[in-house]
Design a protein around this ligand. Structure first.
Ligand code: HEC
Length: 133
């Protein structure tokens, strides 16, 4: 009985270790995408830049409706570029969840399936003139 108990504890310990490692990888990947694709405009720490680039930290749009945020990332808006061609759909899910959960932001997790659905919808709609046209 004791042996089973110890084995169980060991297995639980190992899986706990793995899940922490995965969570860290997820945000490390998000941080990398942020540096490569967003930081030049939205600035380190999601602080934004004067009236030109909105802060993503403490931002009601970032923390608000998930569908609108997904579509913004796919289609862009005004000076905000579209990322449909530059990022894989997995990377889009990662960066969306990164900005919703960094710098003190505490948004819920956007499910990957929801991003895939919007991505496929826009890809199908694409008539060669780019998304949104
Ligand atoms: C070339 C500069 C530029 C880059 C690069 C850029 N953005 Fe933006 N972003 C903007 C601008 C400008 C706006 C404001 C658009 C508007 O006026 O409607 C914006 C708006 C946004 C908004 C909406 C904020 C709000 O309050 O409505 C989000 C969210 C956002 N960007 C996320 C990102 C993410 C994530 C990345 C990286 C993958 C990124 N942006 C890369 C310029 C940029």
């Amino acid at each position: 009985m004791k042996k089973i108990y110890f084995t169980l504890m060991a297995v639980m310990g190992i899986s706990a270790l793995f899940s922490t490692a995965n969570a860290q990888d997820h945000s490390a990947e998000g941080a990398q995408i942020y540096t490569d694709f967003c930081e030049a405009c939205h600035q380190p720490g999601g602080e934004g830049f004067e009236d030109v680039y909105p802060a993503l930290k403490d931002n009601v749009f970032v923390l608000g409706d998930q569908e609108e945020l997904i579509y913004l990332m796919l289609e862009g808006r005004a000076g905000m570029p579209t990322f449909i061609a530059d990022l894989e759909v997995e990377e889009l899910t990662t960066i969306i969840n990164y900005i919703r959960n960094s710098w003190g932001n505490a948004g819920g997790e956007v499910p990957h399936d929801q991003v895939v659905e919007a991505y496929d919808f826009i890809a199908e709609e694409d008539d060669g003139f780019g998304p949104g046209n």
